[in-house]
Design a protein around this ligand. Structure first.
Ligand SMILES: NC(=O)c1ccc[n+]([C@@H]2O[C@H](COP(=O)([O-])OP(=O)(O)OC[C@H]3O[C@@H](n4cnc5c(N)ncnc54)[C@H](OP(=O)(O)O)[C@@H]3O)[C@@H](O)[C@H]2O)c1
Length: 269
């Protein structure tokens, strides 16, 4: 069965409407794009539509020097939030964003400050996709004491998902797997909740999962011009799975918009 994220989107919509009523100007989001690939272009299309719908002024800027551009927009008082498109070209890493972005404009929650705050369970902005994953899990199943396997250890998805699920009150037992993990399917078969964020189309097949598990498919892959996840479609016969598109990505987009409104409120104080 596919997991429906309608309720979460409804709640986020309500939260955004409330924030909108408190902000005194149209929030401005800068989207920095460095050498876009097909998945980036597809994401930017959605970002344009979503920002327009919610009344966020989006400026897409082609960046040739990420550090310089981050420093410039960090200081620009008319800018509330800064977003950087992924994947980044090889000459950059997540560190370049983490050490340079102003934490108050870091609506993606990836700066040193925001990542550190998450470790201390005192969040300002947490990585949007990780928050989306946790929201979907919380809405659909009990987390406490469950065996959660996260496949992927990126700084923006896998690692923050693991930290957020370990948080006191959520209390999951978390295993994080990656490309060097041996016998991955033996580990994933034990998961009550499986989060897959690897960027490999249809990689997780029926023999990777336990019957009845909750599966969060974070992957966005373009195959023959179509968007597919990391989880193969036949897995829905055994488990509850988030759809791609229309699952984690939709929730992530709204969390980003909500964060832009939060940043705009902070910027006007
Ligand atoms: N829905 C959304 O809103 C959203 C947001 C962000 C990303 N995404 C998508 O999610 C996917 C992952 O993104 P990311 O930024 O986390 O990617 P990433 O930085 O490339 O990280 C991929 C992770 O997957 C691991 N991995 C790769 N192949 C594997 C395999 N065969 N078995 C086990 N682990 C494997 C890698 O292991 P190593 O560390 O050992 O290399 C790495 O930790 C991509 O498809 C991306 O487009 C979706």
């Amino acid at each position: 069965m596919y997991i429906d994220v309608k309720n979460i989107l409804h709640e986020l919509n309500e939260e955004i409407e409330l924030l909108k009523s408190k902000v005194s100007h149209e929030p401005k989001l800068i989207s920095l794009v460095v050498e876009p690939d097909p998945s980036t272009l597809s994401y930017l299309k959605t970002q344009k539509k979503t920002t327009k719908k919610y009344g966020v002024n989006l400026e897409i800027i082609e960046s040739h020097n990420l550090e310089e551009d981050l420093n410039y927009y960090n200081e620009d008082k008319s800018v509330d939030g800064i977003f950087v498109s992924r994947p980044l070209p090889k000459r950059y890493s997540e560190l370049d964003i983490a050490r340079n972005i102003n934490p108050k404009k870091d609506v993606e929650g990836v700066s040193f400050f925001n990542i550190g705050s998450m470790y201390y369970e005192e969040e300002l902005f947490v990585p949007c996709t990780a928050e989306a994953v946790v929201k979907i899990i919380e809405e659909n199943t009990k987390i406490q004491g469950k065996n959660v396997v996260v496949v992927g250890r990126s700084t923006t998805v896998g690692k923050p998902v693991a930290i957020l699920l370990l948080k006191r009150g959520r209390d999951a037992t978390v295993t994080v797997a990656h490309s060097k993990t041996i016998d991955l399917n033996e580990i994933t078969q034990k998961a009550d909740i499986l989060v897959v964020a690897i960027g490999r189309a249809n990689y997780i097949k029926q023999n990777f999962v336990k019957e009845g598990a909750t599966i969060i498919d974070v992957g966005i892959n373009v195959v023959d011009g179509k968007i597919v996840g990391d989880v193969s479609s036949e897995v829905v016969e055994k488990c509850e799975v988030t759809p791609v598109p229309g699952g984690v990505g939709s929730v992530t987009s709204l969390i980003l918009i909500r964060n832009v409104f939060r940043a705009a409120i902070n910027n006007s104080i």
